[in-house]
Design a protein around this ligand. Structure first.
Ligand SMILES: *Cc1c(COP(=O)(O)O)cnc(C)c1O
Length: 355
């Protein structure tokens, strides 16, 4: 690949972590990508530099009005030592939609993918090869202009950092307990629920803390208007299998368009499964369970890929899903998706890109 970014190598490389004890997002590689934006120059000076703190003015807009967004994807090492990215062009597309929503200037087409590939190739040796591990990629943009007026900033930084990560659940797939959130909401029509911004996450912490305090691992969000319709599970998309039909919330503006969600729907349809993107109430899910028709519930997202749900608690009423076991479809999706991602199985949809 033509190198269009300057590279300044560290003189002080770190020790690589033990692949057996990797956690999520606690260890970072030797280098990072940085690019600046100014109103006069546009996006300029893309560079790979040693990983480290960045000086920012305390008045930088991001600290005050949260003009910030991020993305998340992974690089995988194959058995024959190739490096694969999973649908990175989808992250770039989503980043552009997010930027537009936050009045952040768009990046030239292809820039984000090119920058990811350049940084990942510099950090190739940081990609763990052990089954279930990968290199998590976190691109993000922050408003850096120092001013306290309320308007879009005129200066930004686009940064990419990398973190070697272990499997999300050490035991492999693992059915989680999910608390149905009835008090707080994540998104409303016309809000920012369909874009990947730090502000959404800050606003969700309270609810997550409450769920975890009650022994649940995540929350199931209901719609922000009637608090009836199921939307997402934590920071993942949610799927419900009722009497053989696989239902997920539609992309109507209040849920995040997950790349894993899109891949799950594509795979399921290719297997001839019945998939519906439609609104469904938590009441209907509880009724399906009472009728013995709630086959499986699972969440989808880059971090855990597929996460089966073993228990739901809504207004104090608990139900056990699929005897608290991993469902057939959840397992099959996990196996197929992870096999495609690490290049172990054929990639019929052309999802992976070699670095
Ligand atoms: C990132 C994210 C997802 C999952 O998206 P993927 O592209 O599949 O990783 C789902 N919901 C929310 C709120 C998210 O932030």
């Amino acid at each position: 690949m033509k190198q269009e970014f300057t590279v300044l190598k560290t003189t002080n490389p770190k020790m690589k972590p033990d692949p057996d004890t990797l956690q999520f997002g606690t260890v970072f590689t030797d280098h990072m990508f940085i690019m600046d934006y100014s109103k006069e120059k546009g996006w300029y000076d893309g560079r790979i530099v040693p990983y480290g703190p960045i000086p920012l003015d305390p008045a930088a807009a991001v600290f005050h009005y949260a003009q910030e967004f991020f993305e998340g994807l992974k690089a995988y090492k194959t058995k024959d030592d190739r490096v694969l990215l999973f649908r990175p062009e989808m992250n770039e597309k989503r980043a552009n939609l997010t930027a537009e929503r936050l009045c952040i200037p768009p990046m030239p087409p292809g820039l984000m993918v090119k920058a990811i590939k350049a940084l990942v190739s510099v950090e190739r040796d940081w990609i763990p090869g052990k089954e279930g591990t990968s290199l998590y990629i976190r691109p993000f943009v922050i408003a850096t202009e120092p001013f306290l007026g309320v308007r879009e900033a005129h200066r930004y930084m686009f940064i990419i950092i990398l973190s070697p990560v272990g499997p999300y659940y050490k035991e492999g797939l693992f059915p989680t307990k999910i608390f149905v959130e009835n008090e707080y909401v994540r998104a409303v029509p016309g809000g920012t629920g369909n874009v990947k911004i730090g502000g959404n996450y800050a606003a969700a912490l309270k609810s997550q803390e409450k769920a975890q305090g009650n022994g649940y691992s995540q929350v199931l969000w209901l719609d922000g208007v009637e608090r009836k319709y199921v939307e997402e599970i934590g920071t993942s998309n949610a799927f419900f299998i009722i009497d053989g039909e696989i239902v997920t919330a539609p992309l109507s503006g209040t849920i995040l368009p997950g790349i894993t969600r899109d891949s799950v729907i594509t795979l399921l349809k290719s297997w001839g499964e019945k998939v519906a993107e439609k609104r469904i109430t938590i009441q209907e899910i509880y009724e399906a369970h009472a009728a013995g028709k709630l086959d499986e519930v699972f969440a989808s997202g880059t971090a855990a890929v597929i996460s089966p749900v073993g228990e739901l608690c809504w207004q104090g009423k608990k139900i056990i899903v699929n005897n608290g076991e991993i469902g057939r479809i959840s397992q099959k999706l996990y196996d197929e998706l992870t096999a495609i991602q690490i290049g172990k199985r054929e990639d019929p949809f052309d999802w992976t890109t070699e670095v």
